[in-house]
Design a protein around this ligand. Structure first.
Ligand code: HEM
Ligand SMILES: *[C@@H]1O[C@H](CO)[C@@H](O)[C@H](O)[C@H]1NC(C)=O
Ligand SMILES: *[C@@H]1O[C@H](CO)[C@@H](O)[C@H](O)[C@H]1NC(C)=O
Ligand SMILES: *[C@@H]1O[C@H](CO)[C@@H](O)[C@H](O)[C@H]1NC(C)=O
Ligand SMILES: *[C@@H]1O[C@H](CO)[C@@H](O)[C@H](O)[C@H]1NC(C)=O
Length: 608
C-alpha cells in the first residue's frame, strides 16, 4: 500500500522525497486499540486495557479469550429478548431478577461509550481542546486522517459515489413500507421532539458543531437554550411558563407575545406563530403538539408544587418543576419509548439505584455519530391522517392551524393510529425529505466518518463480509458494490438505512447495537440519576418524586387534555388492519406533487 501511495504521489506531483500514506489509514489496531503514527510510515497500537496484546491488539489475553467464547452474539441476545414471552413474564415479576437483568443491560450498553469523551470533528487524538470545547459534538471514532489514499482510509475507490445518486437509488421511497413493529406517528414525533433538545447542529459553524451545550436531556427544547430565552418564555409567577388560552385549553404564547426568535416562513399568520423553547418546532404540528403537552405539564406540576410549598418563590418552583419534567422524560423514554423500539418481552425499568453499585460516570457528551444515525426520516408517512382529513406535506408543515383546529386530544389519537414507515431495509425515505438524507451523507463525508464496518467493530459486531451480507438481498447489493468497490468502504449512514432489518423489526442490527449505548448513556448519565440528586427532596418532596416515578406516556397526555382520554400509543392499535389499509392508500400517494415540499425545505435546512 505504502509503495503504491509513494508511486502515485511521485508520479502525479513529482515530489523528490517519497511520501507514504499515514499508516493509521488502514486502521491496523483492532479491538479498540489506539493507532499512533511513529515517523512517516510506522505506527504503534496502544492496547492498554483492551484485553488484547500484540502489534495490532489481536491476541486475546486468557480471560478475554474465555469471555469471547462464552459471549452470545447480539443477534442471539436480541432473539432471546424478543421471544419466549411466557418466560419473560415470569422474570418480569421477580423483582431481583428484573433488577439484575436491567442493570446488566444498562452497564453492558453504556460501557461502550467513552466517558469522559475523547475526539471531535477537528481532533483524532486526545487533547484538552477536544475535551473541553462543548461547541463540538464528540466523536466515538476519530475522523479518517486527511492524508489517506481513499475517503474511508485505504479501502474502496478514490472518490465516493455522488451523494444524490446514493439517496435516489437506495434511500428514496418507491412505495410506503410500513413498520412491521407497528410503530405509530405518535412515536415518530416523540423521537423528533425528544432528540432535537440535544441534536442541534450549528450549521453556521459546520456539521461538527452543536448549539446544544447541555449535551443531553436538559429540556432546552421546552425552556430554551440559555437564560435570556428562558426568561422570555417564563411567566415569572408561580414558576410557570407563559401561555395562551384558546378554546378553553392552554397553548404556547405567540412570537409577538414573548419576542423570542422562531423559524417560520413569512406567510404564517402572527396568531399561529407559537413560541416555545426550540426555535424550529414550528416546522411540524407533531412537534408543536408535544411542545404544548409539556407546557401544560410544566404548569400543572407548578400548581402541585405550590400546594406543597406555599413558602417557595417563583424561581424555586420553576427550577424544581424542571427537574421533575426531566425525570418524567427519562422515565417515559425508557419505559415507553425504548421499550416499544426494542420489541423486548423483558420489561425495562427506570431505576437509577440499579447503577449505584456500578462504576458509572454521571456525565454525557452527544456524539456526531449518534446524531447521524438518528436521522430516522423513513418513519414519516406519505400523508398525514388527522380525524377524517388528509394532509400533504405542503399543507402540514409550518401549519399550527392544524394544532388549534383539531386540538391536542384529536391529534394524539390520530397520530397514535397512523403507522410509521420502516427505517432499515432501504428505499423508504419520503420524497419530501430526501434532501435531508442527501445532506446527511454529505455532512458525514465532510466530517470524515469512518466506514460502517469500522463502526460495527467499534460496537463489538463482526464486520460485514459483503454487500449481500449487509442488505440481505442481491439487487441493491450488486449496485452498491459497483459504486463503492468494497464492503469496507461502505459509509455508515446509507449503510444503516439499507441494512437488512432484523426479522419483523424496524431496524437492522447495527442501528440497535450502536444506538442503544448512546441512548442509555445519555439517559442514565443525567445528573438527576446520580446518588446525591436521586432523592425526594430534589423534586420538592415525596409528591414530586412520585410524579417522576409514576408517569407514563398515557398519563402525561391524559392529565393534560380536557374531556375523555384519547388513544395514546407508540404502537398502532390493530396492526394488521392498519398496515394493509396504509399499503393500499399509500400506493396512490407517491406522486410527483409530493416533491414540492422539498422546495420549501431547501432554504431552511440549516435552521434545524
Ligand atoms: C415532517 C417531518 C420532518 C421534517 C420536515 C424534517 C426535516 C428535517 C430537516 C430539514 C432537517 C435539517 C437537515 C440539515 O440541515 O442537514 C432535519 C434534521 C434532523 N431530523 Fe428531521 N424532519 C422530520 C421528521 C423527523 C423525525 C420523525 C425524526 C426522528 C428522529 C427526525 C430526525 C432528525 C434529526 C436527528 C435531525 C438532525 C438535527 C440536527 O442535527 O440539528 N426528523 N429534519
Ligand atoms: C498488523 O497489521 C498490519 C497492517 O494491517 C499487517 O501488515 C501486519 O502483518 C499485522 N501484524 C500482525 C502481527 O498481525
Ligand atoms: C470551540 O472551537 C471553535 C472552533 O475552533 C471556536 O470557534 C470556539 O471559539 C471554541 N469555543 C470555545 C468556548 O473555546
Ligand atoms: C393549514 O391547516 C388548515 C386546517 O387546520 C387548512 O385549512 C389549511 O389549508 C392549511 N394551510 C395550508 C397553507 O395548507
Ligand atoms: C386493499 O384493499 C382491498 C379492498 O379495498 C382489500 O381487499 C385488500 O386486501 C387490500 N390490499 C392489501 C395489500 O391489504
Amino acid at each position: 500500500m505504502n509503495t503504491i501511495g509513494c508511486l502515485v504521489i511521485l508520479v502525479s506531483l513529482g515530489f523528490s522525497i517519497c511520501q507514504s500514506a499515514n499508516p493509521c489509514c488502514s486502521q491496523p489496531c483492532q479491538n479498540r486499540g489506539v493507532c499512533m503514527t511513529r515517523g512517516a510510515d510506522q505506527y504503534e497500537c496502544d492496547c492498554t486495557r483492551t484485553g488484547y496484546y500484540g502489534q495490532n491488539c489481536t491476541t486475546p489475553e486468557l480471560l478475554t479469550w474465555i469471555k469471547t467464547k462464552l459471549k452470545p452474539t447480539p443477534n442471539t441476545v436480541h432473539y432471546i429478548l424478543t421471544h419466549f414471552k411466557g418466560f419473560w413474564n415470569i422474570i418480569n415479576n421477580i423483582p431481583f431478577l428484573r433488577n439484575y437483568i436491567m442493570s446488566y443491560v444498562l452497564t453492558s450498553r453504556s460501557h461502550l461509550i467513552d466517558s469522559p469523551p475523547t475526539y471531535n470533528g477537528a481532533y483524532g487524538y486526545k487533547n484538552w481542546e477536544a475535551y473541553s470545547n462543548l461547541s463540538y459534538y464528540t466523536r466515538t471514532l476519530p475522523p479518517v486522517p486527511v492524508d489517506c489514499p481513499t475517503p474511508m482510509g485505504v479501502a474502496g475507490k478514490k472518490t465516493l459515489p455522488d451523494a444524490k445518486l446514493i439517496a435516489e437509488k437506495f434511500l428514496l421511497r418507491k412505495r410506503f413500507i410500513p413498520d412491521p413493529q407497528g410503530t405509530s406517528l405518535m412515536f415518530a414525533f416523540f423521537a423528533q421532539h425528544f432528540t432535537h433538545q440535544f441534536f442541534k447542529t450549528d450549521m453556521k459553524k459546520g456539521p461538527s458543531f452543536t448549539r446544544g451545550l447541555g449535551h443531553g436531556v436538559d429540556l432546552s427544547h421546552i425552556y430554551g437554550e440559555g437564560l435570556e430565552r428562558q426568561y422570555k418564555l417564563r411567566l415569572l409567577k408561580d414558576g410557570k411558563l407563559k401561555y395562551k388560552m384558546i378554546n378553553g385549553e392552554m397553548y404556547p404564547p405567540t412570537v409577538q407575545d414573548v419576542q423570542v426568535e422562531m423559524h417560520y416562513p413569512p406567510h404564517v399568520p402572527e396568531e399561529h406563530k407559537f413560541a416555545v423553547g426550540h426555535e424550529a418546532f414550528g416546522l411540524v404540528p407533531g412537534l408543536m403538539m408535544y411542545a404544548t403537552i409539556w407546557l401544560r405539564e410544566h404548569n400543572r406540576v407548578c400548581d402541585i408544587l405550590i400546594q406543597e410549598h406555599p413558602e417557595w418563590d417563583d424561581e424555586q418552583i420553576f427550577q424544581t418543576t424542571r427537574l421533575i419534567l426531566i425525570g418524567e422524560t427519562i422515565k417515559i423514554v425508557i419505559e415507553d419509548y425504548v421499550q416499544h423500539l426494542s420489541g423486548y418481552h423483558f420489561k425495562l425499568k427506570f431505576d437509577p439505584e440499579l447503577l449505584f453499585n456500578q462504576r458509572f460516570q454521571y456525565q454525557n457528551r452527544i456524539s456526531s455519530e449518534f446524531n447521524t444515525l438518528y436521522h430516522w426520516h423513513p418513519l414519516l408517512p406519505d400523508t398525514f391522517h388527522i380525524q377524517d382529513q388528509e394532509y400533504s406535506y405542503q399543507q402540514f408543515l409550518f401549519n399550527n392551524s392544524v394544532v388549534i383546529e383539531h386540538g391536542i386530544s384529536n391529534l394524539v389519537e390520530s397520530f397514535s393510529k397512523q403507522i410509521a414507515g420502516r427505517v432499515a431495509g432501504g428505499r423508504n425515505v419520503p420524497p419530501a425529505v430526501l434532501m435531508v438524507a442527501k445532506k446527511s451523507i454529505e455532512h458525514s463525508r465532510e466530517m470524515k466518518f469512518q466506514s460502517m464496518n469500522a463502526y460495527r467493530k467499534r460496537f463489538s459486531m463482526k464486520p460485514y463480509m459483503s454487500f449481500e451480507d449487509l442488505t440481505g438481498e442481491k439487487e441493491m447489493a450488486a449496485e452498491l458494490e459497483e459504486l463503492y468497490g468494497h464492503i469496507d468502504a461502505m459509509e455508515m449512514y446509507p449503510g444503516l438505512l439499507v441494512e437488512k432489518p432484523r426479522p419483523n423489526a424496524i431496524f437492522g442490527e447495527t442501528m440497535v447495537e450502536m444506538g442503544a449505548p448512546y441512548s442509555l448513556k445519555g439517559l442514565m448519565g443525567n445528573p438527576i440519576c446520580s446518588p446525591e440528586y436521586w432523592k425526594p427532596s430534589t423534586f420538592g418532596g415525596k409528591v414530586g418524586f412520585e410524579i417522576v416515578n409514576t408517569v407514563s406516556l398515557q398519563r402525561l397526555v391524559c392529565q393534560n387534555v380536557k374531556g375523555p382520554c384519547p388513544v395514546v400509543s407508540f404502537h398502532v392499535p390493530d396492526m394488521k388492519h392498519t398496515e394493509s389499509a396504509t399499503i393500499n392508500s399509500s400506493t396512490s400517494h407517491s406522486r410527483q406533487s409530493d416533491l414540492n415540499p422539498t422546495v420549501i425545505l431547501k432554504g431552511r435546512t440549516s435552521e434545524l
